[in-house]
Design a protein around this ligand. Sequence first.
Ligand SMILES: [Cu+2]
Length: 173
Amino acid sequence: MRRLLQLATLSLVALLFFAPAAWSQGQEVTVRMEDNFFDQANITVEPGTTVTWVQSGNNPHTTTSYDDLWDSGMIEGGSGGTFSYTFEESGRYDYFCIPHESMGMIGSVTVSDATATASPTATATTAASPTATALADTGGPPVSSLLIALMATLALVVYGVIALTLLRRHSTS
Ligand SMILES: [Cu+2]
């Protein structure tokens, strides 16, 4: 019975350890606001990704959704100011910089489902880097979160089966 308790504890620990990583793992991507363009202007991300625009220029810039979804307001040049928005729904989101739209300072965020990102337009895998951007050409699928989810599920199933087997053995003997 002690052994069973240990196993139950183990599975609980596994759940606590893996679940948050697997389920709340939102990717983070940074887009720089330069003079006068976005870098990178066109990115593809997974649903749940938070995009942070960073003022990296000397001119004032905005990131402003064409669909009125977000508007950073003017971010002063040289301030290093940031603005973040989290993209949950798949689709294409176009935006612009209010003072420099006419100069072509526009960009887009394409949100595509994780199941569809095995394509060459997979998302950023360099979230740890401060200048992480969507990688349109590296083609690396975002395996990390999928892998963690898979491992967590597997671990839970294995622990569950072991626990059940022991339980059954206990009740019959
Ligand atoms: Cu601008």
